[in-house]
Ligand binder design. Structure first.
Ligand code: UD1
Length: 422
């Protein structure tokens, strides 16, 4: 397994191009199953999770052509309606094929995802929402077996549905399913994340009738068929946020290209509170800092509040800031896996339930560390960038799932990062 060797201490300077968002591309790729004609996507990042999704769609019979960051998907003929345990266990977002398969073909068999490193993460709301739309769903042998064959015209039926938790992929799954349902679906307490909006915008270009995406009530008037279109995946706000924190922590100046400040309000607010200067124009964001940061309290919550996917990175920032920060995680119950690793680098952090108390220390020391999820791994990279000496990050396949060309981008900014292949 590959490792990253980071020699800390360099200030980051220069420009970095932000990739298309992983969390937008995954549902968008799955939405290809809804279209009778080819879908052409641009700004699809070269990431492990994207490869996994493409492989999954390929096993179903979707014809796929990939050329750099462009992907064409033709789901004109689909032969299999199944996502196996092998697929879903490597990537939970595989659950996003459930809604499209059921809506277009009237049948789907998708493995239940198991537990995961950051918590139990059930998919009960995806299932209940589809049941509310009339689907017959049975859980057998660890699989969700879903069918609409008993329904009029074998189509899901529009419904008013209240989701009792805000769920991003749940909202996406139900929105895709409702796009081809008979009648009107109203999703209440919907997720407002920019990736939901990007998916909705693409579905509308495909012929769907969707309003309200980006608010907590989304209305979908079902149509009989959808066609392919061309779509540019929205930029990755979490990748952008990660480079912004890197610039602030190292006391550097970094300009992000293909980045949208309007998707990062809560993160920008916290960076300014920490003492960094953040400016933006059109599709660029610049972060400048002298490296003297103040501790900032963080409380994660659904968009537009502070994203859970940036919690670990701000924990890293707080480890070297002046003062004491309270970091509260409200979305996932077990998302502090990076804390023990940061402690090994000299951080002063104590955990009480879903809150971590971070007392800033003057410096971190390089160490060999390992993380069990994507954003935790990113936070350890940030810690390594400012630590004294060498940091070795193990199990970097997590980083390859979500950060395109991470070491190239960091090195271009002046960091000293080497991939050690084994
Ligand atoms: C998505 C993102 C992930 C991000 C998360 C929260 C993708 C591919 N992944 O994950 O990066 O960290 O949103 O912003 O977009 N829940 C239930 N029942 C359900 C569904 C969710 O109880 O049926 C709970 C979860 O356990 C969690 C909370 O709702 O506590 C939010 O999870 P959710 O928004 O669904 O996360 P994902 O969509 O899996």
């Amino acid at each position: 397994m590959d490792k990253l060797l980071i020699t800390g201490g360099n200030r980051l300077h220069g420009e970095v191009v932000i990739s298309g968002a992983k969390n937008a591309a995954l549902p968008i790729l799955c939405a290809s199953l809804l279209a009778e004609t080819p879908l052409h996507l641009k700004s699809v990042a070269a990431l492990k999770d994207i490869d996994t999704t493409i492989k999954l769609l390929d096993t179903m019979g979707v014809k796929i052509a990939r050329d750099g960051s462009e992907v064409t998907l033709d789901a004109g003929e689909v032969a299999s309606f199944e996502a196996t345990y092998e697929m879903v266990k490597t990537m939970r977002a595989s659950i996003l094929v459930l809604g499209p398969l059921l809506a277009r073909f009237g049948t789907a068999r998708v493995s239940l995802p198991g537990g995961c490193a950051i918590g139990s993460r059930p998919v009960d709301l995806h299932i209940k929402g589809l049941q509310a739309m009339g689907a017959a769903i049975h859980i057998t042998h660890g699989y969700i077996q879903a069918s609409t064959l008993h329904l009029p015209n074998r189509r899901l039926q529009g419904v008013r549905y209240y989701m009792d938790m805000v769920t991003v992929t749940g909202t996406e799954n139900l929105m895709m399913a409702a796009a081809l349902a008979q009648g009107t679906t109203v999703l209440e307490n919907a997720a407002k994340e920019p990736e939901v909006v990007d998916l909705a915008e693409m579905l509308v270009k495909m012929g769907a009738n969707i309003t309200g995406a980006g608010t907590d009530v989304i209305t979908i008037i079902g149509v009989e068929k959808l066609n392919g279109t061309t779509h540019n995946v929205v930029c990755d706000r979490i990748e952008a946020g990660t480079y912004m924190v890197a610039a602030a922590m190292t006391g550097g100046e970094v300009k992000l290209l293909n980045a949208r400040a309007d998707l990062l309000d809560a993160v920008i607010e916290k960076l300014r509170e920490a003492g960094a200067t953040v400016t933006s124009e059109l599709d660029t964001i610049t972060v400048k800092s002298d490296g003297n940061l103040k501790a900032v309290n963080i409380r994660t919550a659904p968009h537009p509040a502070f994203p859970t996917d940036m919690q670990a990175q701000f924990m890293a920032l707080n480890t070297i800031a002046q003062g004491v920060a309270k970091v509260t995680e409200t979305i996932f119950e077990n998302r502090f896996m990076h804390v023990q690793e940061m402690q090994r680098m000299g951080a002063d952090i104590s955990i009480d339930g879903n809150t971590a108390l971070v007392k800033g220390v003057p410096f971190l020391d390089g160490a060999t560390v390992m993380a069990t999820d994507l954003r935790a791994s990113a936070s350890l990279v940030l810690a390594g960038l400012v630590a004294r000496g060498d940091t070795v990050i193990e199990r970097i396949y997590h980083l390859d799932r979500g950060y395109e060309h991470l070491e190239e981008k960091l090195n271009k900014l002046g960091a000293n990062v080497k991939r050690i292949s084994q």
